[in-house]
Unconditional design. Structure first.
Length: 167
């Protein structure tokens, strides 16, 4: 049985997705920049790939720990990150995002933020259905929607959908 392997330039193992050490060696052996333009180029390159050089990039889920879900919406897209805390540090398990269709783009801010939460729970359903989860969002008004009985029908449908989850 294979314990680890290289796929698309990343090492897959029991710990999660890690950076291939050979890729780091290539960058460390690059010639030192000698001009301002060369320094800027290298720093831009290194800064862009900085997060991809920390191991692990994505982790395998620990089913005994609660999941953390971070959701956000903009005027044209929603996004979410599913992860867990390991030694007080957040480690991502999965990322998801989608652009809104024309109807969704007309939603209010509260509806957009709730759309992001609902999208995340649908996308990560298999992780979250029987597990404790913690949801983070910038829109604190969402907390007030759950006990509210006279919200819009769309919001009530989403609240009903979210009631099957433990968060």
């Amino acid at each position: 049985m294979v314990k680890e392997g290289i796929v698309l330039g990343h090492k897959l193992s029991k710990k999660g997705i890690e950076v291939d050490k050979a890729k780091i060696e290539v960058i460390s052996k690059l010639p030192h920049p000698t001009s301002v333009k060369g320094i800027r180029s290298f720093l831009g390159h290194a800064g862009f790939y900085h997060k991809l050089t920390e191991a692990p990039i994505l982790i395998a889920p620990n089913w005994d720990q609660p999941f953390e879900l971070m959701c956000d919406a903009s005027d044209y897209a929603v996004g979410a990150v599913l992860g867990q805390r390991i030694e007080k540090h957040f480690r991502p398990i999965h990322y998801a995002s989608k652009t809104m269709n024309q109807a969704e783009a007309n939603y209010t801010t509260t509806e957009n933020e709730m759309l992001a939460v609902v999208y995340a729970f649908k996308k990560f359903h298999s992780y979250l259905i029987m597990n404790k989860s913690i949801v983070y969002t910038y829109h604190s008004a969402l907390k007030c929607l759950f006990p509210k009985k006279d919200a819009k029908a769309r919001l009530l449908r989403w609240i009903l959908l979210l009631q099957e989850f433990d968060f």
